[in-house]
Design a protein around this ligand. Structure first.
Ligand SMILES: [Zn+2]
Length: 388
């Protein structure tokens, strides 16, 4: 009798575990990566023609975090390869989130807790990733490289100037060819060892985020406790990234860390996803005065598509945030940084990007301004900054 009860309990546990593995990742993503319900956006023939002729670069999506095949169109989230094509995106930068504090917020987070561990377990990531942030960064990069392999020759992984030129050449005859790049969101996956930066670059890493939601070995987060600048280890990472011709991403860095980075490196930085405090007064955004210093150093801001960066995150609201950035920093410093699939609610997914082109036309942007912001600026930046 007891044996029967135990067997029954075991069967129930196994059923729950299997159901959890199958259902939980999708339920989590549906709850976290939300596109507001809306009627199809009206796009004029003129806006669509312009949109179809653009070279579009998006500097930040967290799609690798989730449990789906990005080669297939999904009803979940905001980015996959078919939807990138529908939106005429030429380059998507895929970022790796490797640790997130529980109760994550924009004001103040301790480093002690982590919600990525349970996500990795229910999503079936290899057990090596459960206790190692470095393994998580490698696993997400492997996922991206596998996606590239599975979608040859219409998905090109970009790490050098020649890859970028190959993408441009391929898109001359086939607009379905998309480029992918890799970014770590916070350099805690280095686990305090600067040599791991060389290892990750050898595998394809090109953009180095310094912090995420909590203070780490490199210094203070914009949403951490200390507010400190670069530590000695943080300085060594920035210096090594310089030597390797990698690009630093100052998204989520404390203001002091941003100032320290600008003082230390002569290479221009990106802020892969964010907004302007003078336009949208939120703890997620940086002060205009600091943004001007980023512009002076040749940096580029990827303008975010969600409430904490744009306040009004409708297509018209994103266009207004972009307009503010242009007026503050100058046209050549503004780009797109959606934060798609990064636990944000947006007004459009990547397949609907023509609605942003329409909104910019409606806000009296010139064609040259739209071309520059949508990707022209980042194309110029990558041509100058990627390693040979
Ligand atoms: Zn982020």
């Amino acid at each position: 009798m007891i044996k029967k009860v135990l067997l029954g309990a075991l069967a129930l546990l196994i059923t729950l575990a299997v159901l959890g593995r199958v259902l939980l990742p999708g339920l989590l993503e549906n709850a976290m990566n939300v596109v507001d319900e809306h009627a199809p956006y009206a796009v004029s023939a003129e806006a669509q023609r312009l949109h179809d002729a653009l070279f579009i670069v998006d500097l930040h999506s967290d799609s690798l975090l989730w449990d789906r095949d990005l080669g297939e169109q999904s009803s979940r989230g905001q980015v996959d390869l078919p939807r990138l094509r529908q939106g005429n995106v030429a380059i998507q930068v895929f970022s790796a989130t490797t640790k997130s504090p529980s109760g994550q917020n924009y004001d103040s987070n301790e480093a002690g807790t982590d919600t990525i561990t349970p996500l990795a377990i229910v999503s079936g990531w290899p057990s090596s990733t459960w206790g190692s942030l470095f393994a998580r960064a490698q696993y997400q990069l492997d996922k991206l490289l596998e996606l590239v392999d599975d979608n040859q020759p219409q998905l090109i992984f970009i790490r050098r100037k020649a890859d970028l030129e190959a993408l441009l050449a391929a898109r001359q005859s086939d607009r379905a060819v998309v480029g992918a790049m890799y970014l770590i969101e916070g350099a805690h996956p280095l686990e305090g060892d600067v040599d791991k930066l060389d290892t990750l670059q050898a595998q394809g890493l090109q953009f180095v985020g310094l912090t995420h939601f909590f203070d780490n070995e490199l210094g203070g987060s914009l949403h951490g406790i200390s507010g400190e600048g670069l530590t000695a280890f943080g300085r060594s990472v920035v210096e090594r990234a310089d030597q390797l011709n990698m690009t630093i991403d100052i998204a989520h860095a404390s203001p002091q860390m941003v100032r320290d980075v600008l003082a230390l490196t002569s290479r221009p930085v990106i802020l892969s996803h964010g907004g302007f405090k003078g336009h949208c007064d939120s703890a997620r955004n940086l002060d205009d005065e600091l943004m001007l210093q980023v512009a002076d150093a040749g940096g580029i801001i990827g303008v975010g598509y969600w409430d904490a960066t744009a306040c009004d995150y409708s297509p018209a609201g994103i266009a207004k945030s972009i307009r503010y950035g242009i007026e503050l920093m100058g046209l050549e410093h503004i780009a797109l940084g959606s934060d798609y699939d990064g636990a944000v609610t947006t007004s459009l997914d990547t397949s609907e990007l023509a609605a942003l082109t329409q909104a910019m036309l409606d806000e009296d942007f010139t064609e040259a301004e739209i071309r520059a912001v949508m990707g022209g600026n980042m194309l110029r930046f990558l041509r100058e900054q990627l390693p040979d």
